[in-house]
Design a protein around this ligand. Structure first.
Ligand SMILES: Nc1nc2c(ncn2[C@@H]2O[C@H](COP(=O)(O)OP(=O)(O)OP(=O)(O)O)[C@@H](O)[C@H]2O)c(=O)[nH]1
Length: 202
């Protein structure tokens, strides 16, 4: 069983809970408690592999950019902004910058984390403040995937987006497993090193 930890981050009211709940329950509820952070869990099968998924949905993110815990916890991130709210786009940009910074920094785990930028509330395009091309460019600059959708109206797109993220995370995890020597091999290597050195020192 693969364990996958996914953090959904973004500005206040961008639609983090709406997206997570839509994916997990198929439903768009409209109003979500925003005073409590939560971790949703779900078991499912993806490409023949059993997945135990945890989705972290923080309470209102606005202003919180440190991300120290999230960066250590998550295997991947969905960064959400509201296309009708430029401030949420600026916040998404700052979050992506913070994640990029940690890729460059010491946190090895982050080198392979998956990031997906999502422009939510596409149904409000008559009130659009952020262009599709701006989202696309921001994603390209940060080497992450991008889509616009509406948690309210696009169930299939929401599922497709989560599926892409999860596929990318599981293939990263698989690659990591391959690079790590198997248990018996690494034990043999360890024994060899220890006894090899001892023999030399006698
Ligand atoms: N029109 C429209 N409204 C949406 C959409 N997604 C979410 N909303 C609404 O936007 C508001 C905020 O949604 P939430 O899912 O609570 O946003 P959030 O990012 O979790 O908010 P905080 O927890 O406060 O940071 C709610 O009133 C939702 O009904 C969407 O795709 N279209």
């Amino acid at each position: 069983m693969n364990e996958v930890k996914l953090a959904v981050l973004g500005g206040s009211g961008a639609g983090k809970s709406a997206l997570a709940v839509r994916f997990l329950t198929r439903r768009f509820i409209g109003e979500y408690a925003s005073n409590a952070e939560c971790i949703y869990t779900k078991h499912f099968c993806l490409d023949g592999r059993q997945i135990h998924l945890e989705i972290y949905d923080p309470c209102s993110q606005q202003g919180k950019l440190s991300l120290t815990d999230e960066l250590h916890w998550a295997d991947g991130f969905i960064i959400v902004y509201d296309i009708s709210d430029r401030a949420s786009f600026a916040f998404a940009k700052a979050l992506l910058y913070r994640i990029q910074e940690s890729h460059i920094g010491a946190c090895k785990k982050m080198v392979e984390s998956t990031v997906f930028l999502v422009g939510n509330k596409q149904d409000l395009c008559h009130m659009r403040e952020v262009g599709w091309d701006e989202g696309q460019k921001l994603a390209m600059d940060n080497k992450c995937q991008f889509c616009e959708l509406s948690a309210a109206e696009h169930y299939q797109e929401v599922v497709a987006m989560f599926t892409k993220v999860l596929r990318s995370i599981t293939s990263n995890l698989k690659a990591k497993e391959k690079r790590r020597p198997s248990g018996s091999k690494s034990m043999a290597k360890l024994i060899n090193n220890v006894f090899g050195k001892r023999r030399k020192s006698v």
